[in-house]
Structures are given as structure tokens and as C-alpha cells.
Design a protein around this ligand. Structure first.
Ligand code: GLU
Length: 436
């Protein structure tokens, strides 16, 4: 029976690296019909915080990882203390000479070897390791001791963790042997480096999963991107669902060398998932942002209109937040011009053209994409001007911006009243510009 575990300490948020470790453990268990166990390593009473635990659990749930069993090390102190006493009685451990009550394991001098599933055979010489504290003077177990006791007691078959833990492995093996427990298999997964090459840290960008969620990354895209950090399904495949990863995942295919975190690629993957996401579902994710920005005040809104708006934007944004950032002009009463849009608008006196457009728009019965576009095409033909002469100033006038989704779709969705009003305002702006 394959049993893996993810063992976060609630002393900080769930980071990219931790989430990737969790994913590989989860994938390996699910790929082998095994069990995935979540173990909270909260032995450090001073540094473990409820808020971190909540944050970690929320992030794990958001990413869609489900666990079969959940343990808290803080509830298992009796087990650690019993086993430490046993080692004391057997003479394998001793009490600290300073009278503090700490229990310390005598380090045997030997060569220990593991056959790591990713790195292959690794040898360690324990002669260079000093005696190991098992139970501290405050009666709490050390990480290495609690980790071994639990991995053995919970029958973990494969310990899959970051290779920053490789130096702990010989210490843990010695503890396994002292306790007479069988060793699990080990797989140490390479670190994730920042784009600049160093370790991922606050300085190199966001590290917490919840920060990426707040930045507007989708859970599906995040899991997809995490799966590519050190693993590849082959054939240069970059878009892969969690379900497909379960089918294809093999621990032996995990890279030996560090993976580099690449925000551009993460955004590209997010854009893919945004484009392909059901617009109704996406609306439910964007709605809180619309409320936060004050675009929507209560629950009294036209859901179908909002779904059309989502459809307009989802193709071209990298994050959920960009939908909210770029769609403000749809909700505002008046346009706010970006400096570039205002310059564009004032570049040429298009008063006559805008008047004709406004009147034609106002006379339309059906104000949809094709009727709006037809009106526009007829006018430029009649005035014998190139479409670009009018199209960019028109976009500036009705949206206040120079970039955005297809302008005729935007105009149709804005609606006749708003569009005519904004053209009137642009006409006024041009006439004051002339007077200056
Ligand atoms: N609590 C440890 C950590 O967060 C777990 C390490 C392990 O997987 O053994 O790094």
C-alpha cells in the first residue's frame, strides 16, 4: 500500500515550494491508488499559529488537494515521549548532563546509504554528525524525532520532500534504526529557484499560494504550473489537468536539477485556463472584485450582461484581476481618460464625424455588434476616410483607453445611451479644445 504525506509546519503560509511538494505527494498517492496523509507539524508551540494553519488548509483546499487522513503532531506527544524513554532504557539515548531533562540519541559512527528515487544512491558518514536531541528540555520533540516516529507509525511508504531536507535524512535513518523501524523510500525533489537563479524568496516576488490567488491566478492554472516545476508529462506538453497528471505522473520522471520559477509562463498558463473557463463560473470568481471596486453595489445586476462582459475580456487577460482592472469604463458614469487616450482624442478635430456617428447610433433600433459595425463602416465609406482615422479616437471617446476588446463588441455591450452620451462628451471636449 502506497502511503505518502505532506507535513507542513503552521509557522508560515503555504508557499510555492510546499504546494509543489504537496502536489507530488498527492499525485503519487492518487496515481498508485494509495493514501495521501496530511500531517501538521505543530510541535513548536511558540511559532505555530492558528492563522497559518487556516491559511495552509484554505490554500490546499483551493488547489483541490484532498487528504485521506489528518494528524496533528501536538496531539501525539505521548507517543514521542514513550519511544524516547524506550531508547533511554535501551541505552541508545541519554539524558542531557545539564539537568535540563533533554533526551539525546547517541550517534553511531557508520556509513548510511539511501537509494533516493530521484537522486539515486547517496551515502552519508554519520561520524560528522553530533549526538541528536530527540526531546527538548521543554518536553517537545525535535523535528527529526517526531518526523521519524510519525512516518513509521503512520506507515508512510514514500517520503517525498524538498531536497533541502537531504541533510536531515541520515539523522533520521539513525533514529529509524535505533527504534528498529523499517525505512520508507525517499524521494528528494529539487528546489525551485527564482527566475534570477537564487532561492525563491519574498525578495524575488510573491511566494505564498494565497498571494497568487489574490493576484488573480486560477486554482487549475496554479496546479498545472506547479506540476511543471520539476516534472514534465513529456512531448513538450505544458497544459495538463490534475486528472491527466494523475494518469501520467511517475516519481522517476522528476528532474534531478532545480526548477526555475517563471512568472511569464505561469501567466501564459493562467491565460489559457481563463480563456477556456466557463464564463458563468468565471463571473462568480470576478464578482467579488467588481464589488470591491464598487462597480456593483448590491445583488441587483444583470447577470447575462456581466457574462457577456466576461466573454469580452477573458480571452485577453492573464489574471482574474485584470478583468476587473480593465473593465471599469463599463460601470462608470463618465469616462476617465488615460493620458494617451486624451492625446489621441485631441489629435484631430473629429467633431463632425462624431456627430454623424452619434446620430446614426441613436437611430438604431437594434444596437448589437453587427449593426454597430455596419453603421461605422457605412460612415467611413461615405466620408471616404480610413477606418483607423476614426476607430482609435472612437475607442478613446467611449472607453477612455486605447486598448481593449473589439471596439464594436464593447460599444454594443456599453449600450446606446452610454455610447451616445460619451460621444456627446467627446464632442464637447473637442469644441473646448478649439476655443482654447
Ligand atoms: N515540517 C517539515 C517542513 O515543513 C516537513 C519536512 C518533511 O517533509 O519531512 O519542512
Amino acid at each position: 500500500m502506497i502511503r505518502t504525506r505532506f507535513a507542513p509546519s503552521p509557522t508560515g503560509n503555504l508557499h510555492i515550494g510546499g504546494a509543489r511538494t504537496c502536489l507530488f505527494n498527492w499525485l503519487f498517492a492518487r496515481a498508485n491508488n494509495g493514501k495521501f496523509i496530511l500531517r501538521i507539524e505543530d510541535t513548536d508551540k511558540a511559532r505555530s499559529k492558528q492563522e497559518y494553519l487556516d491559511e495552509i488548509l484554505n490554500s490546499l483546499k483551493w488547489l483541490g488537494f484532498d487528504w485521506d487522513e489528518l494528524y496533528f503532531q501536538s496531539k501525539r506527544f505521548a507517543l514521542y515521549s514513550d519511544l524516547a524513554d524506550k531508547l533511554l532504557k535501551q541505552g541508545k539515548a541519554y539524558e542531557a548532563e545539564d539537568g535540563s531533562g533533554a533526551i539525546i540519541l547517541k550517534m553511531p559512527q557508520k556509513i548510511v546509504e539511501i537509494d533516493d528515487l530521484i537522486h539515486g544512491k547517496i551515502q552519508f558518514d554519520t561520524a560528522t554528525i553530533k549526538d541528536q536531541v530527540l526531546i527538548k528540555s521543554d518536553k517537545t520533540p525535535t523535528y527529526n524525532f517526531a518526523c521519524v516516529v510519525d512516518d513509521a507509525d503512520l506507515k508512510i511508504s514514500h517520503v517525498i520532500r524538498g531536497d533541502d531536507h537531504i541533510s536531515n535524512t541520515p539523522k533520521q535513518i539513525v533514529i529509524y534504526e535505533a527504534l528498529g523501524f523499517a525505512l520508507p523510500a525517499f524521494a528528494h525533489i529539487p528546489m525551485i529557484l527564482s527566475g534570477q537563479g537564487g532561492r525563491l524568496s519574498k525578495r524575488t516576488g510573491a511566494t505564498a499560494i494565497s498571494e497568487y490567488r489574490n493576484m488573480g491566478f486560477l486554482a487549475e492554472a496554479t496546479v498545472n504550473y506547479l506540476s511543471l516545476l520539476g516534472w514534465s508529462p513529456g512531448d513538450n506538453q505544458e497544459i495538463i489537468s490534475k486528472e491527466e497528471s494523475v494518469k501520467k505522473f511517475s516519481i522517476k520522471d522528476v528532474n534531478h536539477t532545480a526548477a526555475a520559477f517563471n512568472l511569464d509562463k505561469f501567466q501564459w498558463i493562467n491565460n489559457y485556463y481563463l480563456k477556456n473557463m466557463d464564463s458563468e463560473k468565471l463571473l462568480d470568481i470576478v464578482l467579488p472584485l467588481f464589488k470591491q471596486k464598487g462597480y456593483i453595489k448590491d445583488d441587483n445586476f444583470d447577470r447575462n450582461w456581466l457574462i457577456d462582459l466576461i466573454k469580452l475580456f477573458k480571452e485577453r487577460v492573464n489574471t482574474v484581476c485584470e478583468i476587473a482592472d480593465w473593465s471599469g469604463f463599463f460601470f462608470a458614469e463618465d469616462v476617465t481618460f488615460s493620458p494617451e487616450a486624451e492625446t489621441k482624442l485631441r489629435e484631430k478635430d473629429l467633431t463632425q464625424e462624431f456627430i454623424i456617428l452619434r446620430d446614426k447610433f441613436a437611430s438604431l433600433d437594434k444596437f448589437d455588434h453587427s449593426s454597430v459595425e455596419n453603421v461605422f463602416r457605412q460612415i467611413i465609406e461615405k466620408l471616404n476616410i480610413k477606418s483607423k482615422v476614426l476607430i482609435h479616437p472612437l475607442r478613446a471617446a467611449v472607453t477612455g483607453l486605447l486598448i481593449g476588446p473589439g471596439i464594436f463588441e464593447v460599444i454594443a455591450l456599453l449600450g446606446k445611451d452610454k455610447v451616445c452620451k460619451r460621444l456627446d462628451q467627446a464632442i464637447k471636449l473637442l469644441s473646448t479644445a478649439k476655443g482654447e
